[in-house]
Design a protein around this ligand. Structure first.
Ligand SMILES: NC(=O)c1ccc[n+]([C@@H]2O[C@H](COP(=O)([O-])OP(=O)(O)OC[C@H]3O[C@@H](n4cnc5c(N)ncnc54)[C@H](O)[C@@H]3O)[C@@H](O)[C@H]2O)c1
Length: 508
């Protein structure tokens, strides 16, 4: 038997009370018959029945409870827990009274109830014990229904958006769009790449900035106050950056995502939009849609798959999770990256006169950074029923291209650049993706083509807007390894813990 906990004790007590009550009712019924039907005048019978009752209980109760326990009443045995529970209860109650009657026959000096009393007690006990079970099941269902329909605290106008990791490549394209459309935006970001990416909106009256590490639960709680929607873009991004420190990657990309989502759910956030990646498809020769099997070839992709799954477990009717699997991004934003293939090959063509392509036959789905931000906006503005607990690939079927085709396109635009096929490097990714779902469901049509993106990047390089594409600020992995960024991420958290400990000591 399981440890006797409070719940079991209550159930045992309830059964003991019901058995005692049934037995008392049976004796009263028998007395009624003796006095009113059989017209007996022998008043001493009352005392005799009280004696029988008091002598019977120490036998009936332990016997009944022991039989109920053997039938799994208190340990929720398999038969008892099944839908045939009523049948099990009938068997247990019947066996209890049969044994009780048999004991009366064996030990007449201790307990000798009239046989009819045993039968009547059985007839009372049966419906009482069955009804008690049905009643308790009913209450349990009622309580569960209450919990399900319980409205978590509702936030405000629907126009308050928390963007986590919003000072990066996609975030810096998203913030201006949100602000232009009248949203009140709160940004939670460590500003690993500085304030430069959000310079254009930094003084906007509807932008609030919390510079902090999103692994800090108190900062996440602070940031969550009064929000309606959360967009989680933060993380260590890209295969090489994630490979630098695997534990750190899991902590930032997976564990923090779980914590943030749990806080968001507790705060009654209605939409939680998570930035995932088409890298989850890894290597495949098929055209892949949201239902295709995943085949990640890097820790980065695995951390995204694990996050999607954790979020799916937290999602419910009130907490709508939307996973956006972005294609490979290109184009300019507040924090343009030159560690992504279209931007990098274009910069090499302009600056070095060479387009060096590795793995020319590998497919990638491309999407402009502005269109990635547009997709987030579409999800924010979509009716929740359309996007609740959905995965969307973000991109367009027309922009699936091999890396070789990208090289050829750049060379067509910059004919002076030499196209070099360098065979394969270590990157095994190869995926062609179907984007019909986002187009049909959200009417999402990218505004940019790869060619327009290439021309935009060329313009930025030629005008001097991007001084040196090799600057580590433009590359996640180089910034994390060559600059102090990695140390900032590692130290920030422990530094914060240390500060807390010091504060605790100083108040003691
Ligand atoms: N760029 C792409 O091609 C691409 C493709 C698919 C998916 N994604 C996903 O989209 C999201 C955004 O990508 P991006 O290219 O804008 O990335 P990014 O590296 O440019 O931006 C990430 C942001 O997160 C912040 N950040 C990182 N760790 C933090 C921490 N511990 N606390 C607070 N802030 C922290 C950084 O300061 C930065 O502003 C990521 O989740 C990424 O996986 C990007």
């Amino acid at each position: 038997m399981k440890v006797l906990n409070r719940e079991i004790l209550v159930r045992v007590l309830a059964d003991a009370v019901l058995l005692s009550a049934s037995y008392a009712l049976a004796l009263l019924t028998r007395l009624f018959v003796v006095f009113y039907v059989e017209k007996s005048q022998d008043i001493s019978l009352v005392q005799g029945y009280v004696d029988i009752y008091l002598r019977s209980l120490p036998i009936l109760l332990p016997l009944g409870i022991a039989v109920f326990a053997l039938f799994g009443f208190y340990t929720k045995g398999r038969a008892y827990a099944s839908r045939y529970k009523v049948l099990v209860v009938v068997q247990a109650v019947t066996l209890s009274f049969l044994l009780f009657g048999f004991l009366g026959f064996l030990l007449p000096q201790h307990v000798n109830p009239p046989r009819s009393v045993v039968f009547i007690a059985w007839a009372f006990a049966l419906p009482l014990i069955i009804l008690a079970r049905l009643w308790s099941d009913f209450w349990k269902r009622l309580a569960i229904a209450e919990v399900i329909t319980y409205e978590r605290p509702k936030a405000n106008s629907g126009k308050n958006v928390l963007v986590i990791g919003g000072a990066g490549y996609i975030g810096s394209a998203l913030l201006p769009k949100l602000l232009e459309r009248g949203y009140k935006v709160r940004l939670l970001d460590l500003l690993l790449y500085g304030k430069e990416p959000i310079q254009g909106v930094i003084n906007h009256p509807h932008l609030e900035i919390i510079q902090a590490d999103f692994r800090q639960v108190d900062k996440v709680v602070e940031a969550m106050q009064g929000m309606d929607t959360v967009v989680h873009l933060g993380g260590l991004v890209g295969d090489p950056a994630c490979a630098v420190d695997e534990n750190l990657t899991i902590e930032i990309n997976l564990m923090a995502t779980r914590m943030i989502a749990e806080v968001a759910k507790g705060f009654g956030i209605s939409k939680f939009i998570f930035a995932s990646t088409c890298s989850v498809y890894g290597a495949s020769d098929q055209i892949l849609d949201e239902r295709s099997s995943l085949n990640p070839v890097s820790l980065y992709a695995r951390s995204k798959i694990a996050s999607e799954r954790v979020l799916a477990m937290l999602a419910d009717e009130q907490f709508a999770v939307v996973n956006l699997r972005f294609g490979t991004i290109y184009g300019l934003s507040g924090r343009t990256r030159f560690d992504l293939v279209v931007n990098l090959l274009t910069a090499k063509a302009v600056v070095d006169g060479k387009i060096t392509v590795f793995g020319g036959d590998q497919w990638r789905p491309f999407v402009h950074v502005d269109d990635a931000a547009l997709a987030v906006l579409k999800v924010i503005e979509a009716p929740v029923e359309l996007v609740r607990n959905q995965i969307f690939n973000v991109g367009s079927n027309e922009q699936n291209m091999t890396l070789g085709q990208v090289g050829e396109l750049i060379q067509r635009i910059i004919p002076s650049a030499e196209l070099i096929d360098s065979g394969r490097d270590g990157d095994r990714r190869n995926y062609r993706v179907d984007f019909s779902k986002i187009r049909k469901t959200l009417d999402f049509e990218p505004q940019w083509t790869v060619e327009q993106g290439i021309r935009q990047v060329i313009g930025a390089l030629q005008s001097g807007k991007v001084a040196d594409y090799r600057d580590p600020i433009y590359s996640n992995v180089r910034y994390l390894t060559e600059e102090a960024a990695s140390e900032i991420i590692k130290q920030y958290y422990t530094g914060w813990e240390r500060e807390l400990i010091e504060r605790a000591h100083s108040t003691n």
